[in-house]
Each structure stands twice: as C-alpha cells, then as structure tokens.
Write a protein that binds this ligand. Structure first.
Ligand code: NAD
Ligand code: ZN
Ligand code: ZN
Length: 348
C-alpha cells in the first residue's frame, strides 16, 4: 500500500510503498477514507530537533483520520466490517488514572502506551496511507448517520482541539462575554463554530490572511481584525474597555501571545493552542489580575463523540480542500504557504 512517510526529523515526507499491516489481537485495521493535514505536521517536518518529542521517525504522517473498519484483530467485538469510523488520535496506556478518566492525551504512563506521548501519525503510522492500524476499539468512534468520512476526518483534531479548549472555559463564556480567536486556519475556523454552537459569547477573529478573515465573517464572527499595531485597542474598544473574557491563540507566536495578554480581561483565560514556539512572560503586573494562562493538547474520546454529533446536526462543518494521496506533499506545501482555507484533506 502507499504511505506518506516522515523518515527523519527536518525532512520532507515521501510517498512510499509499504506492506499492509496485519491487525494483532485487539487491534483494528482501518481502510483510510480521509486524513487531514495539520499545521503540527509542518512543525514536525521542519522545526523539531531530535529529542523534542518522546518519539522519533520513521512513521507515516496523518493524525486526523476517518475511514471504514476493514479487518478486526482477534477478540475485537462491537464493530462491523465496513462500518465508517473516526479515529481517536491520542493513544495512551489505557490504565493510568488519566486514561481511565478519558484523558488519554495526558497519559501518565507513557512508557506503557503504544507510543509515548503520541498516536497514529505522531510516532506511529498514521492515516496518510491506504490503511491504518488502530490499537484498540476505544480509539474508534462510529460515525453518526449523515456524516461523511471526508467531513469527519478533520473534526478529529481541527475541531476536537478547539472543542476541548472552549469547553475548559465555558464558565467564562456566558451572555455578554467576548471570545477572541487568533488564527482562523484549520483549527480556528472550527474553533469559531464551536464558540457559536456552545456559547452566547461575541466572537472576534484575528488573522493576517484576507481569505481567512473572509471565512471568519462568513462563519458569523462579530468583528474580524487584521493583526497590527491597533489590534489590542480594537479588541478593548469592542469590549467597552474591559478586554476579552477568553482568548484562544491558535498561533502561539511571541506576537500573538503578547496580543492575547494585552487584550484579555481580568479573570479571563488565555489559552495557548498553537505551537509556533512563542513565549509569554507572566508576571504580577504583566497580565491582568487573575487571568489564567493555559495550554491545551487535543481532546478526548467523549468530546469527539460530541463534536461528531454537532457536525451530524449541521452545527459544525469543516471547510475542506481535497487532495489525492499522490498530492499529499502539495497539500502540506500549500498549507505552509498559507494557501489553504479551512483544512486540507488527503484522500487515498
Ligand atoms: P493553519 O495553518 O491551518 O492556521 C493557522 C492560521 O493562523 C492561518 O490562518 C494563518 O494565517 C494564521 N496566522 C499565522 N500567524 C498569525 C498572526 N501572527 N496573527 C494572526 N493570525 C496568524 O494551522 P492549524 O492546523 O490550524 O494549526 C494552528 C496551530 O495549532 C499550529 O501551531 C498547530 O501546530 C497547532 N495545533 C495544536 C494542537 C494542540 O493540541 N495544542 C492541535 C493541532 C494543532
Ligand atoms: Zn494536529
Ligand atoms: Zn495512561
């Protein structure tokens, strides 16, 4: 079968021919229907030094996956061959307290996990391939009726990650509040929809790309800003001087984190989702009183079930550009050049 392999750090991936994996006991072989191209893969390919992450190449890229159950390993029950499924991306040990609470993203026994701190496409083989091996039924969610595999794949990260981040701040997003979304790309355009589906907050979207700003307007953002010297002032103006209750930073650069800190309200939340590697100095007078600064990583199975339900009811929809697997490298190049609106999705 074909697979888009990352063979070493700081290299471009290569489409190669590899054997179709055989599911062992408890495992499931999924025929991939679609795999989203996440900006994190660009960080993986171009920026991370060896030793930054707890795993190393080679592995097949693609950590946003959906497809059809193809072969059940010995002892697997509860799934039917041919059934459409979304893959839960983070694969923990399954037995530590966090895993048992459904927080496999924050597994505390990574030494017992299929791969420490990762999953398919992140240390183990992912979905930019014809088939993908999934270690356990708990890492699959059957698709609700009416949701196509190509639409589901990007939801497993680009929607799930903002969903987890927004849920964490729901208590601060009642009527009369404001949320800021910095970066309206794959994650941000779904983050905006999550805010609209789950909260009554006004939404301010910030992006340097015109196409992303247009998309934010189409998705119902109350105010859309091109980042610049007056961004903070515009956010403060729009919030009666108070600042935004929650700032979700889907970029995470020095610049965007500084904007987040300067535009958040007292007692508000700054949530860092983007991993551009920026730093936010936190000091007594450096951020508003009682503002919380948090990072969030991906989301859990229960949340993915909820995300897929929202999507099946038309309350979330990933805007996608489809690339055949042979053109997966172009999908990443377009993403790197800011030429993708919404999510690039690779279809074998
Ligand atoms: P993307 O390339 O699709 O979107 C990024 C958007 O940010 C683009 O629209 C771009 O124009 C905009 N942008 C860039 N610099 C900006 C700036 N200074 N001000 C305003 N907007 C700016 O990327 P994506 O796939 O949505 O991923 C976004 C980030 O989130 C990446 O760093 C990615 O690695 C990270 N990520 C984190 C998690 C997590 O669990 N924490 C999960 C997935 C992705
Ligand atoms: Zn991702
Ligand atoms: Zn665990």
């Amino acid at each position: 079968m074909r697979a888009l392999r990352l063979n070493q750090w700081k290299s471009e991936p290569v489409l190669e021919e590899v054997p179709v994996p055989e599911p062992g006991p408890g495992e499931v072989l999924v025929q991939v229907g679609a795999a989203g191209a996440c900006h994190s893969d660009l960080h993986l390919m171009h920026e991370f030094e060896p030793g930054t992450l707890p795993y190393d190449p080679p592995f097949t890229l693609g950590h946003e996956n959906a497809g059809w159950v193809h072969t059940l390993g010995q002892g697997v029950t509860g799934l039917d061959v041919g059934q459409p499924v979304a893959v839960v991306g983070a694969w923990g040990c399954g037995t530590c307290d966090h895993c048992l609470d459904g927080l496999e993203t924050y597994c505390e026994r990574p030494d017992l996990a299929p791969v420490p701190g990762g999953g398919g496409g992140l240390g183990l083989d992912g979905g930019m391939a014809d088939f993908m091996l999934v270690p356990s039924v708990r890492h699959l969610v059957p698709l609700p009726d009416g949701l196509e595999v190509v639409d589901a794949a990007p939801l497993t990260d680009a929607a799930l990650t903002p969903y987890h981040a927004v849920r964490r701040s729901l208590g601060k997003l009642g009527p009369g509040t404001t949320a800021v979304v910095i970066g309206v790309g794959g994650l941000g355009h779904l983050g905006l929809q999550v805010l609209r589906a789950l909260t009554a907050a006004r939404v301010i979207a910030v992006d340097g790309r015109e196409s992303a700003r247009d998309q934010a307007s189409d998705l119902g953002a109350d105010l859309v800003l091109d980042p610049g010297p007056d961004t903070v002032e515009r956010i403060r103006e729009a919030t009666g001087g108070r600042g935004a209750d929650v700032v979700l930073d889907f970029v995470g650069s020095d610049e965007t984190l500084a904007t987040a800190a300067a535009s958040v309200r007292q007692v508000g939340d700054i949530t860092i989702v983007g991993i551009a590697g920026g730093t936010l100095p936190v000091s007594f007078f450096g951020v508003p009183y009682e503002a919380s600064v948090q990072t969030t990583y991906w989301g859990n199975r229960r949340e993915l079930v909820e995300v897929l339900d929202l999507a099946s009811r038309g309350l979330l929809h990933a805007a996608t550009t489809i690339y055949p697997l042979e053109d997966a490298v172009s999908a990443y190049q377009d993403l790197a050049h800011g030429e993708v609106t919404g999510r690039a999705v690779v279809v074998p």
